[in-house]
Design a protein around this ligand. Structure first.
Ligand SMILES: [Zn+2]
Length: 212
């Protein structure tokens, strides 16, 4: 890729050649000015691992000289990795031990599917050292089973909660393979593994949904 050197700007501070004493050219459109070289030198000789100077340099916004033109047209016409092939809305709600689980949607991809849910409960205590999850167990009417929680996420959604005693978490759980086209019904059981410690005889949530 050729590059017009008159456009040269320091990759660290964004100033152009006319604004600095010396500019050192790197590969492609990368440059560093004498001031930024001096700063880097000071950081190198500073014994503290995260000095204010180092943090300041690292937190600068990137200097974009010319945005590379990748084949954006081709990219937008094909479905991206994160876009499901099909979405099925469920909107099923169930209460258990003072917590509510709402099954929101099923997202179908090429080789897996995701269950998207909302979990309403008392907020987790501050200082929780790990991200709690709901554990799902799925079974269809022809005997295929899916267990666990693969590659899912759980996000706190404070803007959806009604008050300080109520917290809303948005999550999704991933299952592989896809249900067979012959399957007509899916049973979804869910437990909160943390609540097992507090309630000995916890019943799992159980939902029955039709597959079309
Ligand atoms: Zn600079």
């Amino acid at each position: 890729m050729s590059f017009d050197r008159s456009l040269a700007r320091c990759s660290f501070c964004g100033r152009s050649s006319s604004e600095v004493r010396r500019m050192v050219a790197g590969p492609g459109a990368a440059y560093i000015c004498d001031d930024c070289l001096q700063l880097c030198n000071e950081i190198l000789h500073d014994a503290t691992p995260f000095s204010p100077q180092a943090l300041e340099l690292a937190s600068r916004s990137p200097v974009v000289v010319a945005a590379p033109q990748f084949q954006t047209q081709e990219r937008s016409s094909s479905p991206t990795r994160n876009e499901p092939l099909r979405k099925v809305t469920l909107e099923l709600e169930q209460k258990q031990q003072g917590m509510t689980l709402i099954l929101h949607q099923l997202h179908y991809y090429q080789t897996h599917f995701e269950l998207h849910y909302l979990w309403m409960r008392t907020p987790f205590r501050a200082g929780f050292a790990f991200v709690p999850r709901i554990i799902f167990s799925l079974q269809d009417d022809i005997g295929t089973q899916w267990t666990g929680e693969r590659g899912g996420i759980l996000l706190a959604r404070p803007e959806l909660s009604g008050g300080s005693n109520n917290a809303v978490y948005q999550g999704n759980a991933r299952f592989r393979p896809l249900p067979s086209p012959d399957a007509r019904a899916l049973t979804i059981r869910a437990i909160d593994p943390l609540a097992q410690f507090e309630h000995e005889h916890l019943q799992p949530w159980q939902f029955e949904i039709g597959l079309s």
